[in-house]
Design a protein around this ligand. Sequence first.
Ligand SMILES: [Mg+2]
Ligand SMILES: [Zn+2]
Length: 227
Amino acid sequence: MPDPATQRGAGHRVFIDFDNTITIGDMLDGVIERFAGDESWRTFEEDWAVGRIGTRACLEGQVLTLRAEWSELRAHLDGIELDPGFAVLRDQLRREQVEFTILSDNFDLFVSHLLQRHGLDDVPFQSNHVERVGNRFLPSFPHANPECPGCAHCKKTHFLPPHHDARRVIYIGDGRSDVCPSLHADIVFAKDSLLTHLQKKGIACIPYRNLTEVSQRLETILHDNVQ
Ligand SMILES: [Mg+2]
Ligand SMILES: [Zn+2]
């Protein structure tokens, strides 16, 4: 017989955004600002902000402008800090046997480097893909969803059919790429522009400031089965 406490925890799956949710600040924005080979990234950003282009076109255009040796870019990534609550959350969910996955609109090469550097690469992640060719970076979008043109990485696809099961989905995020999955999760933790957006639309969510707060709140959710 499985321990009922463990069973309650394992009745959930937790998905978490990466930039500005796990990292302090937006890592990808920082990389683009620092290493863009020209100023065209600003036009992509402005066009995206007013809805003239989607996230995928914006990211693709911006990443294609990057010019950096991998050693330089790595050194930049090494200066990025993570929310200290992330390691706590990882340990907590491991103890509770809750599946925990990072869903990022960033790119695998950068995300995996950062996780490895902080000894957190045992947490699985799904992201966009980038191929490094010399000092250039070629992006591709393996989790694009033709039915959801607003998303580059359509995060909800990881927990909707055919990946759906009886477990409750808990989603943690901060920004625009988190809106789509937040509309389909059972419990949402939101901060910054995600929080503003969901509150404006009257969609239930739990506000948070950092992952230590999320971890404390999850203690109750996982054990008492209440929100
Ligand atoms: Mg984010
Ligand atoms: Zn989507």
